[in-house]
Design a protein around this ligand. Structure first.
Ligand code: ADP
Ligand code: G6P
Length: 483
């Protein structure tokens, strides 16, 4: 059996040049954190972009790039600044990301972006072809690389190709607005298996295939020439043990060994014993509903003023895609909202919102997950949302309440959390009230069920079930062709 080749735009680490040397920093985002656990366990090669453009790499450091990536089982696709602008900041994040998250008004249909997207997808395909033997299994990830499956298939008709989309696939009515909709579908159909996080995304995709390409679709099989392409949903899990073990170790740390962040959190807890910490963690992205959440928090404090000076909202936003204008506007909006709400409501003893705009190390994430009484996640659209799962996994004593938007893919598997519509402020305020007052026994009863499910359907299970479905599909297809 050959090796598995993972392909995604992001590698498990991002390279940066500082003080004349190369530093590797862990990539943030569901795809990278999830696949990292899969990659570390087996015989696989991960192909992607290093995070540096060709222009940023001084000649003398070029050989070191490969070395630095090889340490993480990775190999690079070289991209120029123009390619990154058109492919990553352009078509991927100014056209597809907004469109697939139902922000139609943000989506830009630029022929130049599309042309660069095609070129860069071809570069990824070429790198795969240079590295793959016929026995290998190719696993391509996400919306940045939707043309790659067919590009690889053109050269290696018999190789096994799986594709997984980590973001929502929108309804036909949204998808049909894309000028290059047929090309995107045809690109994806180079795969043997196409996976989505939820059944809804899967149905939306099948409906677009049927209506735009007129192909025969039976249940979740698509018939194309002499091939059968399978489409299925595989909700991605987390590395449950990693989070629950880290939380366990954290709870056993002596107070003097705790981080500064933890000591500060503890100090505030002590000073307000009946106080509550609310937590939200996301990349700074308009799909995450951060601005709405801030407005909803103000609404809650006005509706239930008894919680002023008691409840604190910690917002951790990781910088993301900051060359894209919509992200710059959002940064400004969030900065202003935090400033205004804190300015209007803060007292000598109380700052309602603690806002961190940075990426934090894993240990600090654990400090936050384990210290906050309520995780409050309000995406307006989200393919999955792993933060919701991570929060629950770290609750070693099973206390804690998860408030989760029903627009997140993970809401399908997390019915025991408090589900909300992120646009309904009245419902959100009442749900916050319920969460703050939820008896400990009820919190534990809900988390017990959630934890059991998350532990069982962890990221390893997710990857294994995708891979075994891909193998089964390939065998079926081979049998079909030889008939
Ligand atoms: P998305 O993939 O859209 O970013 P997810 O919630 O699915 O959203 O995944 C986010 C991942 O990034 C999680 O695994 C989370 O632990 C990690 N993460 C999010 N914010 C930060 C941060 N500020 N610092 C470090 N890691 C973060
Ligand atoms: C989401 C996407 C990933 C992406 C991640 C971080 O999880 O599905 O493909 O890697 O966000 O975004 P970035 O643009 O920094 O790669």
């Amino acid at each position: 059996m050959g090796k598995t080749i993972i392909i995604s735009n992001r590698l498990p680490v991002q390279l940066q040049i500082s003080n004349g040397g190369i530093t590797a920093i862990p990539s943030v985002g569901g795809l990278a954190t999830g696949m990292k656990s899969v990659h570390s366990g087996g015989d696989s090669l991960w192909i992607g972009w290093s995070g540096l453009t060709d222009e940023e790499i001084p000649e003398e450091l070029a050989p070191k790039i490969d070395e630095a990536l090889a340490k993480h089982g990775s190999s690079k696709v070289k991209l120029t600044k123009n390619q990154v602008d058109g492919f990553y900041f352009g078509f991927s994040n100014r056209t597809i990301w907004p469109l697939f998250h139902y922000f139609l008004e943000y989506s830009e249909f630029e022929l130049d972006y599309w042309n660069v997207y095609k070129d860069v997808n071809q570069k990824f395909a070429d790198t795969i072809l240079q590295n793959a033997s016929d026995e290998d299994t190719i696993w391509i990830h996400d919306y940045q690389l939707m043309l790659v499956p067919q590009m690889v298939r053109n050269e290696r008709p018999d190789i096994s190709i799986g594709f997984f989309l980590h973001i929502p696939f929108p309804s036909f009515e949204i998808f049909r607005t894309l000028p290059w909709r047929e090309e995107i579908l045809e690109g994806l159909l180079g795969s043997d298996l196409i996976g989505f996080h939820t059944y809804d995304y899967e149905r939306h995709f099948l409906s677009s295939v049927r209506r735009l390409l007129g192909l025969e679709v039976s249940f979740n099989d698509i018939y194309l020439d002499n091939r059968i392409i399978k489409v299925d949903s595989f909700p991605m899990g987390i590395d449950y043990k990693k989070f629950s073990n880290a939380a366990q170790e954290h709870s056993q740390k002596k107070p003097e060994k705790q981080s500064d962040l933890q000591q500060r959190l503890d100090k505030h807890k002590k000073s307000t014993p009946d106080g509550k910490f609310l937590l939200s963690i996301d990349r700074l992205d308009y799909s995450k509903g951060i601005a709405k959440r801030l407005n909803a928090f103000e609404y809650f404090l006005n509706k239930y003023p008894q919680y002023k000076e008691k409840v604190r909202l910690i917002i951790l936003a990781v910088p993301s895609r900051s060359n894209v204008p919509q992200y710059q506007l959002l940064k400004k909006e969030v900065d202003e909202l935090v400033g205004r709400i804190n300015g209007e409501l803060a007292t000598v003893n109380w700052t309602p919102i603690w806002y961190f705009y940075r990426s934090l190390p894993f240990d600090s994430l654990i400090d936050l997950y384990t210290s906050c009484d309520i995780a409050w996640l309000t995406p307006l659209r989200d393919g999955m949302n792993l933060v919701a799962k991570e929060y629950v996994a770290t609750r070693t004593d099973q206390t804690g309440v998860l408030i989760l938007s029903e627009m997140a893919g993970s809401a399908n598997e997390m019915n025991e959390s408090l589900l909300i519509n992120p646009n309904n402020f009245e419902q959100i305020a009442d749900t916050l009230y319920t969460a703050i007052n939820m008896p400990k026994e009820e919190q534990q009863a809900r988390n017990k069920v959630l934890q059991k499910r998350l532990e069982r359907y962890n990221v390893e299970k997710w990857a294994n079930s995708f891979m075994s479905s891909l193998r089964a599909q390939k065998n079926l297809d081979a049998a079909n062709i030889s008939k």
